[in-house]
Design a protein around this ligand. Sequence first.
Ligand SMILES: Cc1cc2nc3c(=O)[nH]c(=O)nc-3n(C[C@H](O)[C@H](O)[C@H](O)COP(=O)(O)O)c2cc1C
Length: 272
Amino acid sequence: MVFEVLLCVWVPGLTLKRVELDVIDRLFYPVVPVVVTAEYNERVGGMFAAWWSQLSFKPLLVGVAIAPERYTYKLVKSSGIFALNFLDFSRVNSAPFIGDVSARFLPDKLERAGFKIKRGEVLGAPIIEDAAAAVEARLVKVVELGDHDWFVGEVVAAYAIEDFDGVWRLDKYRPLFYLGRTRRPQTVRRIYATALGWKKVELDFAPGELSRYDKLRKEVLNKVLEIVDEASDREEAVRRIIEVLKEYSLEADDAVLYYDEALRRLGKKRAD
Ligand SMILES: Cc1cc2nc3c(=O)[nH]c(=O)nc-3n(C[C@H](O)[C@H](O)[C@H](O)COP(=O)(O)O)c2cc1C
Protein backbone atom coordinates (compact mmCIF):
# COMPACT_ATOMS: atom_id res chain seq x y z
CA MET A 1 0.00 0.00 0.00
CA VAL A 2 2.71 2.47 1.02
CA PHE A 3 4.59 1.49 -2.12
CA GLU A 4 1.51 2.35 -4.20
CA VAL A 5 1.28 5.78 -2.55
CA LEU A 6 4.92 6.49 -3.37
CA LEU A 7 4.37 5.48 -6.98
CA CYS A 8 1.49 7.93 -7.20
CA VAL A 9 3.54 10.98 -6.27
CA TRP A 10 6.88 10.04 -7.80
CA VAL A 11 7.65 12.18 -10.82
CA PRO A 12 10.99 11.12 -12.33
CA GLY A 13 13.51 13.60 -13.60
CA LEU A 14 12.22 16.73 -11.85
CA THR A 15 14.64 18.95 -10.02
CA LEU A 16 13.79 21.97 -7.88
CA LYS A 17 14.84 25.33 -9.28
CA ARG A 18 15.13 28.56 -7.31
CA VAL A 19 11.98 30.75 -7.37
CA GLU A 20 12.05 34.57 -7.00
CA LEU A 21 10.39 35.56 -3.73
CA ASP A 22 8.32 38.29 -5.36
CA VAL A 23 6.22 35.59 -7.04
CA ILE A 24 5.95 33.43 -3.93
CA ASP A 25 2.14 33.84 -3.74
CA ARG A 26 1.85 32.15 -7.13
CA LEU A 27 3.93 29.27 -5.82
CA PHE A 28 1.27 28.67 -3.17
CA TYR A 29 -1.56 28.62 -5.73
CA PRO A 30 -3.83 27.11 -6.96
CA VAL A 31 -6.25 27.99 -4.18
CA VAL A 32 -10.01 28.25 -4.12
CA PRO A 33 -10.62 31.94 -3.37
CA VAL A 34 -13.64 32.85 -1.24
CA VAL A 35 -15.89 35.85 -1.65
CA VAL A 36 -15.90 37.66 1.70
CA THR A 37 -19.25 39.42 2.09
CA ALA A 38 -20.34 41.82 4.82
CA GLU A 39 -22.76 44.65 5.48
CA TYR A 40 -22.58 47.87 7.44
CA ASN A 41 -24.86 50.91 7.41
CA GLU A 42 -27.07 49.22 4.80
CA ARG A 43 -24.12 48.85 2.42
CA VAL A 44 -23.46 45.29 1.31
CA GLY A 45 -20.06 44.54 -0.20
CA GLY A 46 -17.83 41.66 -1.08
CA MET A 47 -14.39 40.81 -2.38
CA PHE A 48 -12.35 37.84 -3.45
CA ALA A 49 -9.81 36.55 -0.95
CA ALA A 50 -7.29 33.88 -1.82
CA TRP A 51 -5.61 34.04 1.58
CA TRP A 52 -7.92 32.28 3.96
CA SER A 53 -7.95 29.17 6.08
CA GLN A 54 -9.76 27.11 8.69
CA LEU A 55 -7.86 27.70 11.92
CA SER A 56 -9.46 25.52 14.58
CA PHE A 57 -12.22 22.96 15.10
CA LYS A 58 -13.02 23.85 18.71
CA PRO A 59 -13.92 26.65 18.57
CA LEU A 60 -14.67 26.54 14.86
CA LEU A 61 -12.48 29.35 13.55
CA VAL A 62 -11.63 30.61 10.08
CA GLY A 63 -9.18 33.33 9.12
CA VAL A 64 -8.97 35.63 6.13
CA ALA A 65 -6.34 38.23 5.20
CA ILE A 66 -7.83 41.59 4.20
CA ALA A 67 -5.88 44.73 3.31
CA PRO A 68 -7.07 47.96 5.01
CA GLU A 69 -7.68 49.57 1.61
CA ARG A 70 -10.50 47.15 0.79
CA TYR A 71 -13.99 48.50 1.29
CA THR A 72 -14.89 45.06 2.66
CA TYR A 73 -12.29 45.66 5.43
CA LYS A 74 -14.44 48.47 6.81
CA LEU A 75 -17.64 46.47 6.45
CA VAL A 76 -16.31 43.45 8.35
CA LYS A 77 -14.52 45.45 11.03
CA SER A 78 -17.49 47.74 11.69
CA SER A 79 -20.23 45.10 11.64
CA GLY A 80 -18.34 42.23 13.29
CA ILE A 81 -20.06 39.77 10.95
CA PHE A 82 -18.98 38.26 7.65
CA ALA A 83 -19.61 35.35 5.31
CA LEU A 84 -17.28 33.33 3.11
CA ASN A 85 -18.85 32.25 -0.17
CA PHE A 86 -17.53 29.60 -2.56
CA LEU A 87 -18.23 30.06 -6.26
CA ASP A 88 -18.62 27.53 -9.01
CA PHE A 89 -16.35 27.99 -12.02
CA SER A 90 -19.42 28.89 -14.07
CA ARG A 91 -19.26 32.29 -12.29
CA VAL A 92 -15.71 33.02 -13.40
CA ASN A 93 -16.79 36.01 -15.49
CA SER A 94 -17.94 37.78 -12.34
CA ALA A 95 -14.39 37.61 -10.94
CA PRO A 96 -13.25 41.06 -12.18
CA PHE A 97 -16.15 42.70 -10.32
CA ILE A 98 -15.42 41.07 -7.00
CA GLY A 99 -11.65 40.86 -7.26
CA ASP A 100 -10.50 43.83 -9.35
CA VAL A 101 -12.76 46.77 -8.47
CA SER A 102 -13.72 48.26 -5.14
CA ALA A 103 -17.25 48.86 -3.89
CA ARG A 104 -15.89 52.21 -2.70
CA PHE A 105 -15.94 53.31 -6.35
CA LEU A 106 -18.55 50.90 -7.79
CA PRO A 107 -21.09 50.52 -4.96
CA ASP A 108 -23.34 48.08 -6.86
CA LYS A 109 -20.49 45.84 -8.00
CA LEU A 110 -22.13 42.70 -6.59
CA GLU A 111 -25.36 43.30 -8.55
CA ARG A 112 -23.30 44.20 -11.61
CA ALA A 113 -21.50 40.88 -11.18
CA GLY A 114 -24.90 39.19 -11.35
CA PHE A 115 -25.10 38.22 -7.68
CA LYS A 116 -28.23 38.30 -5.58
CA ILE A 117 -27.82 38.55 -1.84
CA LYS A 118 -29.79 36.64 0.76
CA ARG A 119 -29.44 36.48 4.55
CA GLY A 120 -27.76 33.83 6.62
CA GLU A 121 -30.13 32.09 8.99
CA VAL A 122 -28.16 32.73 12.17
CA LEU A 123 -26.46 36.12 11.97
CA GLY A 124 -28.26 37.52 8.94
CA ALA A 125 -24.90 37.90 7.18
CA PRO A 126 -25.16 38.73 3.48
CA ILE A 127 -24.68 35.53 1.47
CA ILE A 128 -24.45 35.07 -2.29
CA GLU A 129 -27.66 33.35 -3.36
CA ASP A 130 -26.22 30.95 -5.90
CA ALA A 131 -22.91 30.25 -4.19
CA ALA A 132 -21.91 26.57 -4.09
CA ALA A 133 -21.36 26.95 -0.35
CA ALA A 134 -21.19 29.66 2.29
CA VAL A 135 -20.40 30.07 5.96
CA GLU A 136 -21.53 32.76 8.37
CA ALA A 137 -19.00 33.93 10.91
CA ARG A 138 -18.81 36.27 13.87
CA LEU A 139 -15.60 38.33 13.99
CA VAL A 140 -13.60 37.44 17.10
CA LYS A 141 -10.21 38.97 16.45
CA VAL A 142 -8.23 41.12 14.01
CA VAL A 143 -4.50 40.47 14.00
CA GLU A 144 -2.28 43.18 12.48
CA LEU A 145 0.54 41.46 10.62
CA GLY A 146 1.93 43.23 7.56
CA ASP A 147 0.20 44.77 4.56
CA HIS A 148 -2.89 42.61 5.32
CA ASP A 149 -4.70 42.07 8.63
CA TRP A 150 -5.83 38.59 9.65
CA PHE A 151 -9.54 38.53 10.43
CA VAL A 152 -10.49 35.60 12.65
CA GLY A 153 -14.12 34.57 12.69
CA GLU A 154 -16.09 31.95 14.57
CA VAL A 155 -18.29 30.00 12.16
CA VAL A 156 -21.87 29.74 13.38
CA ALA A 157 -23.57 28.25 10.32
CA ALA A 158 -22.70 26.69 6.98
CA TYR A 159 -24.68 26.02 3.80
CA ALA A 160 -23.94 24.03 0.64
CA ILE A 161 -25.57 22.72 -2.52
CA GLU A 162 -26.47 19.04 -2.68
CA ASP A 163 -23.23 18.04 -4.31
CA PHE A 164 -21.79 18.28 -0.80
CA ASP A 165 -22.93 15.30 1.27
CA GLY A 166 -20.34 15.36 4.02
CA VAL A 167 -17.60 15.58 1.41
CA TRP A 168 -17.72 17.19 -2.01
CA ARG A 169 -18.81 14.59 -4.56
CA LEU A 170 -17.61 16.96 -7.31
CA ASP A 171 -20.36 15.74 -9.64
CA LYS A 172 -21.83 19.21 -10.08
CA TYR A 173 -19.51 21.59 -8.25
CA ARG A 174 -16.54 22.67 -10.30
CA PRO A 175 -14.39 24.67 -7.86
CA LEU A 176 -12.95 27.89 -9.17
CA PHE A 177 -9.21 28.01 -8.60
CA TYR A 178 -6.93 31.02 -8.71
CA LEU A 179 -3.40 30.81 -10.08
CA GLY A 180 -2.29 34.42 -9.62
CA ARG A 181 -1.77 37.45 -11.82
CA THR A 182 0.82 38.49 -14.30
CA ARG A 183 2.77 41.66 -13.54
CA ARG A 184 3.46 44.85 -15.40
CA PRO A 185 4.97 45.82 -17.87
CA GLN A 186 2.89 43.01 -19.42
CA THR A 187 -0.86 43.53 -19.60
CA VAL A 188 -2.05 42.40 -16.17
CA ARG A 189 -4.11 39.22 -16.41
CA ARG A 190 -5.55 37.07 -13.66
CA ILE A 191 -5.44 33.36 -14.22
CA TYR A 192 -8.29 31.10 -13.09
CA ALA A 193 -8.68 27.38 -13.60
CA THR A 194 -10.92 24.44 -12.95
CA ALA A 195 -10.82 20.72 -13.60
CA LEU A 196 -13.08 19.15 -16.18
CA GLY A 197 -12.74 15.71 -14.67
CA TRP A 198 -11.23 14.57 -11.42
CA LYS A 199 -8.91 11.75 -10.66
CA LYS A 200 -10.03 10.77 -7.18
CA VAL A 201 -8.11 8.48 -4.85
CA GLU A 202 -9.34 7.13 -1.53
CA LEU A 203 -6.60 5.92 0.77
CA ASP A 204 -7.15 4.06 4.04
CA PHE A 205 -6.17 6.13 7.06
CA ALA A 206 -2.68 5.09 8.23
CA PRO A 207 -2.78 1.82 6.27
CA GLY A 208 -0.78 -1.34 6.96
CA GLU A 209 2.17 -0.97 9.29
CA LEU A 210 1.40 2.75 9.72
CA SER A 211 -1.61 1.84 11.87
CA ARG A 212 0.86 0.74 14.59
CA TYR A 213 2.22 4.29 14.85
CA ASP A 214 -1.22 5.83 14.92
CA LYS A 215 -2.19 3.39 17.69
CA LEU A 216 0.90 4.47 19.68
CA ARG A 217 -0.02 8.13 19.21
CA LYS A 218 -3.51 7.53 20.57
CA GLU A 219 -2.22 5.45 23.48
CA VAL A 220 0.15 8.18 24.60
CA LEU A 221 -2.44 10.91 24.17
CA ASN A 222 -5.09 8.99 26.11
CA LYS A 223 -2.67 8.40 28.99
CA VAL A 224 -1.80 12.10 29.00
CA LEU A 225 -5.47 13.09 28.99
CA GLU A 226 -6.12 10.82 31.97
CA ILE A 227 -3.15 12.27 33.87
CA VAL A 228 -4.10 15.90 33.22
CA ASP A 229 -7.68 15.19 34.19
CA GLU A 230 -6.65 13.62 37.50
CA ALA A 231 -3.54 15.61 38.50
CA SER A 232 -3.89 18.16 41.25
CA ASP A 233 -1.48 20.64 39.66
CA ARG A 234 0.65 21.29 36.58
CA GLU A 235 3.85 20.12 38.25
CA GLU A 236 2.41 16.71 39.10
CA ALA A 237 0.88 16.36 35.63
CA VAL A 238 4.11 17.21 33.81
CA ARG A 239 6.11 14.83 36.04
CA ARG A 240 3.73 11.96 35.30
CA ILE A 241 3.62 12.80 31.58
CA ILE A 242 7.44 12.60 31.49
CA GLU A 243 7.20 9.06 32.91
CA VAL A 244 4.80 8.09 30.13
CA LEU A 245 7.05 9.63 27.49
CA LYS A 246 10.04 7.67 28.86
CA GLU A 247 8.00 4.46 28.75
CA TYR A 248 7.48 5.08 25.01
CA SER A 249 11.09 6.29 24.44
CA LEU A 250 9.84 9.78 23.55
CA GLU A 251 11.56 13.10 24.24
CA ALA A 252 10.92 14.31 27.81
CA ASP A 253 10.76 17.99 26.82
CA ASP A 254 7.56 17.20 24.87
CA ALA A 255 5.77 16.90 28.20
CA VAL A 256 4.75 20.57 28.30
CA LEU A 257 3.39 20.37 24.75
CA TYR A 258 1.36 17.30 25.63
CA TYR A 259 0.15 19.07 28.78
CA ASP A 260 -0.99 22.02 26.67
CA GLU A 261 -2.74 19.79 24.15
CA ALA A 262 -4.57 17.95 26.94
CA LEU A 263 -5.69 21.19 28.61
CA ARG A 264 -7.23 22.34 25.34
CA ARG A 265 -8.91 19.01 24.66
CA LEU A 266 -10.31 18.87 28.17
CA GLY A 267 -11.34 22.50 27.97
CA LYS A 268 -9.42 23.26 31.17
CA LYS A 269 -7.96 26.61 32.08
CA ARG A 270 -4.25 26.79 32.69
CA ALA A 271 -3.53 27.02 36.41
CA ASP A 272 -0.18 28.83 36.16
C1 LIG B 1 -8.56 35.82 -6.88
C2 LIG B 1 -8.30 37.02 -6.00
C3 LIG B 1 -7.87 36.84 -4.70
C4 LIG B 1 -7.69 37.94 -3.85
N1 LIG B 1 -7.28 37.73 -2.57
C5 LIG B 1 -7.22 38.78 -1.70
C6 LIG B 1 -6.95 38.55 -0.33
O1 LIG B 1 -6.74 37.43 0.12
N2 LIG B 1 -6.93 39.63 0.50
C7 LIG B 1 -7.16 40.91 0.04
O2 LIG B 1 -7.14 41.86 0.84
N3 LIG B 1 -7.42 41.14 -1.26
C8 LIG B 1 -7.49 40.11 -2.14
N4 LIG B 1 -7.82 40.33 -3.45
C9 LIG B 1 -8.10 41.70 -3.91
C10 LIG B 1 -9.53 42.14 -3.59
O3 LIG B 1 -10.46 41.14 -3.87
C11 LIG B 1 -9.85 43.38 -4.43
O4 LIG B 1 -8.97 44.43 -4.09
C12 LIG B 1 -11.27 43.85 -4.32
O5 LIG B 1 -11.56 44.67 -5.42
C13 LIG B 1 -11.59 44.62 -3.04
O6 LIG B 1 -12.94 45.01 -3.09
P1 LIG B 1 -13.59 46.03 -2.04
O7 LIG B 1 -12.74 47.26 -1.99
O8 LIG B 1 -14.96 46.27 -2.59
O9 LIG B 1 -13.60 45.32 -0.72
C14 LIG B 1 -7.96 39.25 -4.33
C15 LIG B 1 -8.36 39.44 -5.67
C16 LIG B 1 -8.53 38.33 -6.48
C17 LIG B 1 -8.98 38.52 -7.90
